[in-house]
Ligand binder design. Structure first.
Ligand SMILES: Nc1nc2c(c(=O)[nH]1)N[C@H]1C(S)=C(S)[C@@H](COP(=O)(O)O)O[C@H]1N2
Ligand SMILES: [Mo]
Length: 267
């Protein structure tokens, strides 16, 4: 990302830009309304997590407080339910689930336009703060199920491993929403199933990289070793058996969008 050269810019231009920025922040927060703001607070000050957060995550919570209103302000959180209501969802969709995955040799391969590619072991994802949520999985075919999921937030993964901002840069204090890539694509190891996500949805606090369902390790049918659970989207975006994660600025290909479904598939 190129930044305006502060040396060559008159101070009043800079001040005007800064004012416009803070105005935009306030306006977005107001437009988001109470629903948006309440999850933002929950996101930014989670007492269960705040105290023992590794420093990069603590830093990003502060970062979130400042910019989340601009990036994520219009995303709402989905309702959560009592754990006793959780059931096993029916196994639906087998694209990209052929064969078996060895959890020891499995890697999450991450690529960005600038490269180089990076690889992550399951343990590196499981080392992140673990979240649990009891939410409704909604399939476009008309059924839904309440399920208890556990895993790490996708945003925490991106922040902890300095992914998501252009130029290979991490989530520095100076990072701004427009430094972020605009899209994320996730694909199965064989790339037979793939989903595209807009960045605000990818960064939502209820977007989890899950390795457990209803308190048990994921079964292969439900996406072991790692699947996405994203409450702001229909089931089709909740990709099972993730093998690849790509950060990019062009809207990525999506398996069901190519077959006539809405690319955003938002709820
Ligand atoms: N790899 C992969 N992930 C997938 C699918 C698929 O065909 N392949 N189907 C999707 C659809 S349409 C739904 S509704 C959910 C169902 O998740 P479940 O089988 O765990 O209930 O998985 C989603 N993730
Ligand atoms: Mo589905």
């Amino acid at each position: 990302m190129s930044k305006p050269d502060s040396q060559s810019e008159p101070a009043e231009v800079q001040i005007r830009q800064m004012t416009r920025r803070s105005f935009a922040t306030g306006a977005a927060a107001a437009a988001a309304g109470l629903a948006g703001y309440s999850w933002l607070r929950w996101f930014a000050h989670d007492p269960a997590v705040d105290d023992h957060l590794p420093w990069p995550l603590r830093r990003v919570l502060e970062w979130n407080e400042r910019v989340a209103r601009q990036v994520l302000g219009n995303e709402r959180s989905a309702p959560e339910f009592a754990a006793v209501r959780a059931r096993e969802p029916k196994v639906n969709g087998h694209q990209g689930l052929a064969g078996v995955v060895n959890h020891d040799t499995w890697r999450l391969q991450v690529s960005t336009p600038a490269g180089p590619d990076r690889e992550f072991r399951l343990a590196e994802i499981q080392a992140l703060p673990k979240y649990e949520m009891v939410t409704e999985l909604k399939c476009v075919e008309g059924w839904s199920e309440i399920v208890r999921w556990s895993g790490a937030r996708l945003i925490d993964f991106l922040v902890a491993y300095d992914l998501g901002c252009r130029g290979g840069g991490g989530w520095r204090d100076t990072a701004r929403p427009d430094d972020l890539f605009r899209y994320v694509q996730l694909a199965t190891p064989d790339r037979a199933y793939y989903v595209g996500l807009d960045m605000p949805s990818a960064l939502h606090p209820q977007t989890l990289l899950c390795w457990e369902m209803n308190g048990q390790p994921l079964t292969p049918d439900h996406g072991a070793p790692l699947r996405l659970v994203i409450t702001v989207k229909y089931g089709i975006k909740n990709i099972k058996r993730i093998g690849h994660l790509r950060l990019l600025d062009e809207r990525p290909a999506d398996y069901w969008a190519e077959r006539g479904y809405d690319w955003y598939a938002g709820l």
